[in-house]
Design a protein around this ligand. Structure first.
Ligand SMILES: Nc1nc2c(c(=O)[nH]1)N[C@H]1C(S)=C(S)[C@@H](COP(=O)(O)OP(=O)(O)OC[C@H]3O[C@@H](n4cnc5c(=O)[nH]c(N)nc54)[C@H](O)[C@@H]3O)O[C@H]1N2
Ligand SMILES: Nc1nc2c(c(=O)[nH]1)N[C@H]1C(S)=C(S)[C@@H](COP(=O)(O)OP(=O)(O)OC[C@H]3O[C@@H](n4cnc5c(=O)[nH]c(N)nc54)[C@H](O)[C@@H]3O)O[C@H]1N2
Ligand code: SF4
Ligand SMILES: [Mo]
Length: 726
C-alpha cells in the first residue's frame, strides 16, 4: 500500500481551488485545501471535498456502455464503441452532410482545458457548424453587449482596487462566479470581507436577499425581470446630475447624447412604479456608484435569463464606461493572463460583428453567436434543429459533460428531440437523466485523473497566477478524456483537427501537453516551466502595465447602439401592473414570478447523488415568502404545484423571508422526466418544464425566459408535509 499527497486543483466547479490530494495506490482517498497556495489559501467547499466519493462511487461508470436492442445497456470497450460510432457518423455524413452531426459541450467540458477548443476544431475539420455549448443558455447576452458596445483594451478596474461594486443578479458568495469587474471568483467570501474592511461599498440588485445581498451596503430588491428599467433609471440619474466622467466620455465614447435621450423616459417615478424600487433608494444607488472613484459592475445569470437581457448587459458595460472605470496608461494590468496574453492599451476596441454572420439556424431566424472569438450555434434552438425535417436536420448528437434533459428549456420537447436522434453519444461519469437515453455512454477520466491547466480562469485572476497539474490518480479501467473521443473519431473519419499552433497529429495520439502547446502557442511562461512545478504559482516576472494608445488611434466605445435604443423604447411602451404581488401585463393571469438561483452544495445537476450532499437536502425547494404561503394555505415542507402557460411542476415549498412577495426562487437542473415526478422529495423537479422556448425568446441569442417566469401556485392534493417520527 502506498499513500502519497499530491497537489492539484479541484474541477468540480470552475473556481479551480488549489488542493492537496491523498492518493492510495492510484485512488483518491482525501481532498483538502492547499494552504500554501498564494491565491486560494486553502479554501475548499463541500462539493470539492466530495471528489473521493465522486471517483469511488458505485454509480460511477467503470466501462463504456452500448444500448441493447431491447432496452438497457451492455458494457463495451471504448475502441469498439468508437468504431461503431464512427461507422454511424460516416453513414449520416454521406447521406445528409456534416451539419447533421452536432455537439453540445456542457459545464463539464469547461473543466477540461483542451476540450472546448478541440471539439470546435473537430467540427471545423468535419465541416459541421453544429457546435453548441451551455454558454448560449447561460449568459450569451454578454457577448452581444460587448459586440455592440466595444471593449476597453486596458481592461476594467479590479475588485481589489474598487471603491464600489454594483452586483446585478449575481451571487458570487455561492456561485463562485462574478465576471468582468465584479467580486473575486476565488474565495469570494474572504475577498468581500477584505474589500469591505478597506472601505469598498457593495450595491446588490436582486429580487432575493441573496447571500451577497445580506452583506451589501445597499440592496435593491427589484421585481424580477425589471433590471433594464432600473438600470436605465440609474443611468438617467448619473447623466442628469452630471456625475459621469465627462473627460473620458469626450475622449473615448460615442453616443452619450443618444443614451441621455434613450433613458430620459425612465424617470424616478416611473422606475419606482415599475421596478418596485423606491425612487430615493434608486437615486442613492446611482450616486453611490458614481462617486467611486474606482469600481465595477457585474451581472449574473438571473437578469441574463430574464427578458431584455441584451439591454441589461449593455447597461452593465455602459455604466462602467460613462463613469470611466477603466485602467489608464501606466497602471498595472490586474489580470494579465499567463496562457492567453492580450495586448493591453489605453484605448477602445470599437464595436465588432458578434452575431448575424456565419451559419444560420433553421428555426426562429437565429444564427451563430461569437463567444470570445469562437462561433457557436444557439443551444435553445437545438431541440428544434433535431426535430425539424429538411436539409441540415441534426441526426447525431454528442453530449459532453452536459445534461440537456434537465438543463435545456422546454423539457418535453427536449425529451422528444433526444429520442428522435439516430445517434446520441454521452460522455458522462454516470447515467444522468440524459445519458439514460443514449445509444453509447463513454466512460471518461475524472478531473484528478487528468493533466490540466487553469485556462478558463486564466484572465480572471487578479494576479499573474497559473496552476498546471499532472494527473494525480488513475481510473484503473478503460477511460478516455473528452477530447480523446474526438481525436479517436478524427483518425477514423480522416478529418483534420487544426489548433492555433498547427495541425494535431492523427498518426499517434498526442500527449495532453502536446495538445495544450498547439492550443496555446504563445503563453507568457512556457507550459513546460509551469508543468515542472507542483501546485499553483505566481509568476512574478509577469507584471505588465497598460501601454499608451497607439498613435493615431481614434476608436470609440458606443454607449447607445441603435438596437439597444430601439429595445429601450419597446420596454418603455410595455404595460405593467402596479398592484398586488403581480408583475407585468399578465399580472392577473399569473400572480407569481419564478426566478433562478444556485444552491451551495450542488453544481447544476452534478453532485446531487453524493452522500454528504444529500444530507444538505435532496430536492430543489421552491422558496417563497411566508405571507404568500399563508395566503395559499400551504405549510413549510408541503407539496405545491407550479404552473406556467407552458407546463406544470411539483415542488416542495420552503418559507424564506429573503424573498419579496410574489417571487418563487428555485434552482434548475434537478429531477428527471415527468415520469419521476412522484419522487420530487428525493430528486427535485426540473424547472425547465415551465420554460417556453417558442413564444418567449430573445431574437438575437434565442435565450428562452428561464427566470422571471410568470407562474401560478397551488397546494398539491395530498401535499401534507411528512410527519416527524415522534
Ligand atoms: N431554467 C433554467 N435553466 C437553466 C439554468 C437556469 O438557471 N434555469 N441555467 C443554465 C446554465 S447557467 C447552465 S451552465 C446550464 C447547465 O447545463 P448542463 O451543462 O447541460 O448541465 P449540468 O447539470 O451542469 O451537466 C453536467 C453533466 O456533467 C457530468 N459530469 C460531471 N463530472 C464529469 C466529468 O468529470 N466528466 C464528464 N464528461 N462529465 C461529467 C454530470 O454527471 C452531468 O451530467 O443549464 C442552463 N439551464
Ligand atoms: N454552488 C454552485 N455554484 C455554481 C452553480 C451551481 O449550480 N451551484 N452553477 C454554476 C453556473 S453554471 C453558473 S452560470 C454560475 C452562475 O452564477 P450566478 O449568476 O452568480 O448565479 P446565482 O447564484 O444563481 O445568482 C443569480 C442571482 O440572480 C437572481 N435573480 C434571478 N432573477 C433575477 C432577475 O430577474 N433580476 C435580478 N436582478 N436578479 C435575478 C437570483 O436571485 C440569484 O441570487 O454559477 C456557477 N456556480
Ligand atoms: S469552490 Fe468547491 S467545487 Fe468549486 S473548485 Fe473550489 S472546492 Fe471545488
Ligand atoms: Mo452556467
Amino acid at each position: 500500500m502506498s499513500v502519497e499527497t499530491r497537489k492539484s486543483y479541484c474541477r468540480f466547479c470552475h473556481a479551480y481551488c488549489a488542493i492537496e490530494v491523498e492518493v492510495e495506490d492510484g485512488r483518491v482517498r482525501k481532498v483538502r485545501g492547499d494552504r500554501s497556495d498564494p491565491v486560494y489559501g486553502g479554501y475548499t467547499c463541500i462539493k470539492g471535498r466530495q471528489l473521493p466519493e465522486v471517483a469511488n462511487h458505485p454509480e460511477r461508470l467503470r466501462a463504456s456502455l452500448r444500448r441493447k436492442p431491447g432496452g438497457g445497456f451492455e458494457e463495451i470497450s471504448s475502441v469498439r464503441a468508437l468504431d461503431e460510432i464512427a461507422a454511424k457518423l460516416r453513414e449520416i455524413k454521406n447521406a445528409h452532410g456534416p451539419r447533421a452531426i452536432a455537439s453540445y459541450c456542457g459545464t463539464h467540458s469547461f473543466q477540461n482545458s483542451v476540450q472546448l477548443a478541440f471539439a470546435r476544431a473537430w467540427h471545423t475539420g468535419l465541416g459541421s457548424p453544429s457546435f453548441y455549448t451551455s454558454v448560449t443558455i447561460d449568459q450569451p447576452a454578454k457577448f452581444v453587449a460587448m459586440a455592440r458596445h466595444g471593449l476597453w483594451s486596458g481592461g476594467a478596474h479590479s475588485f481589489e482596487s474598487a471603491d464600489v461594486v454594483l452586483v446585478v443578479g449575481n451571487n458570487p458568495v455561492v456561485s463562485m462566479f462574478s465576471p468582468y469587474g465584479g467580486l473575486s471568483t476565488f474565495n469570494p467570501s474572504k475577498a468581500l470581507r477584505d474589500a469591505q474592511k478597506r472601505g469598498c461599498r457593495v450595491i446588490v440588485i436582486d429580487p432575493r436577499r441573496s447571500e451577497v445581498a445580506k452583506r451589501a451596503d445597499l440592496h435593491l430588491a427589484v421585481k424580477p425581470g425589471e433590471d433594464p428599467t432600473l438600470l436605465a433609471g440609474i443611468t438617467r440619474v448619473i447623466l442628469s446630475e452630471e456625475l459621469h466622467d465627462a473627460d473620458f466620455c469626450a475622449a473615448h465614447v460615442n453616443g452619450l447624447d443618444a443614451l441621455r435621450a434613450a433613458v430620459e423616459p425612465f424617470t424616478p417615478d416611473y422606475v419606482e412604479a415599475r421596478s418596485g424600487i423606491p425612487a430615493e433608494q434608486m437615486q442613492d444607488a446611482a450616486r453611490l456608484f458614481a462617486r467611486g472613484p474606482r469600481g465595477g459592475v457585474s451581472c449574473g445569470t438571473g437578469p441574463n435569463m430574464a427578458p431584455h437581457s441584451n439591454v441589461t448587459e449593455h447597461f452593465v458595460l455602459a455604466l462602467g464606461t460613462i463613469c470611466g472605470r477603466v485602467n489608464r496608461a501606466g497602471e498595472p494590468v490586474p489580470n494579465p493572463g499567463i496562457l492567453t496574453p492580450l495586448p493591453r492599451r489605453a484605448q477602445a476596441i470599437p464595436p465588432f460583428p458578434g452575431y448575424g454572420a456565419g451559419a444560420r439556424s433553421r428555426v426562429r431566424g437565429l444564427g451563430e453567436l461569437n463567444v470570445a472569438g469562437v462561433p457557436e450555434m444557439p443551444t435553445a434552438a437545438l431541440a428544434d434543429e433535431i426535430l425539424t425535417p429538411g436539409e441540415g436536420q441534426v441526426r447525431a448528437l454528442f453530449v459532453m459533460g452536459g445534461n440537456p434533459v434537465v438543463a435545456w428549456p422546454n423539457q418535453p420537447k427536449v425529451l422528444r428531440a433526444l429520442e428522435a436522434l439516430e445517434l446520441l453519444v454521452c460522455v458522462d461519469i454516470r447515467l444522468s437523466a440524459t445519458a439514460r437515453l443514449a445509444d453509447f455512454v463513454i466512460a471518461p477520466k475524472l478531473s484528478l485523473e487528468r493533466e490540466d491547466v487553469t485556462l478558463l480562469t486564466d484572465s480572471w485572476y487578479s494576479a499573474p497566477y497559473s496552476h498546471y497539474t499532472k494527473a494525480v490518480a488513475q481510473p484503473g479501467f478503460d477511460a478516455l478524456e473528452e477530447w480523446e473521443v474526438y481525436w479517436e473519431l478524427a483518425t477514423r473519419l480522416g478529418t483534420p483537427v487544426r489548433l492555433p499552433g498547427g495541425e494535431v497529429p492523427l498518426d499517434e495520439r498526442p500527449s495532453k501537453l502536446e495538445v495544450l502547446k498547439l492550443q496555446l502557442p504563445t503563453p507568457r511562461v512556457p507550459l513546460e516551466q509551469l508543468r515542472a512545478q507542483e501546485g499553483g504559482q505566481l509568476c512574478a516576472e509577469v507584471a505588465p502595465r497598460v501601454e499608451a494608445a497607439k498613435p493615431g488611434n481614434d476608436a470609440r466605445l458606443d454607449v447607445a447602439p441603435a438596437p439597444v435604443c430601439d429595445e429601450l423604447r419597446a420596454i418603455r411602451a410595455e404595460a405593467f401592473s402596479t398592484t398586488g404581488a403581480g408583475y407585468g401585463a399578465d399580472a392577473d393571469a399569473f400572480r407569481y414570478r419564478l426566478i433562478s438561483r444556485r444552491l451551495r452544495h450542488v453544481y447544476n445537476s452534478s453532485g446531487q447523488y453524493l452522500s454528504a450532499i444529500r444530507r444538505e437536502g435532496t430536492t430543489n425547494p421552491a422558496y417563497m415568502n411566508p405571507e404568500d404561503l399563508r395566503e395559499l394555505g400551504v405549510r413549510d415542507g408541503e407539496l405545491i404545484e407550479i404552473e406556467s402557460a407552458h407546463g406544470r411542476l411539483p415542488a416542495v415549498a420552503e418559507a424564506s423571508d429573503d424573498l419579496r412577495r410574489g417571487v418563487i426562487s428555485m434552482a434548475h437542473a434537478f429531477g428527471g422526466a415527468p415520469s419521476e415526478d412522484t419522487r420530487v422529495r428525493e430528486i427535485g423537479a426540473a424547472t425547465n418544464r415551465l420554460v417556453d422556448d417558442e413564444s418567449d425568446w430573445d431574437p438575437v441569442t434565442g435565450m428562452a425566459r428561464q427566470s422571471a417566469i410568470p407562474v401560478n401556485v397551488r397546494r398539491r392534493r395530498g401535499a401534507d408535509a411528512p410527519r416527524p417520527p415522534f
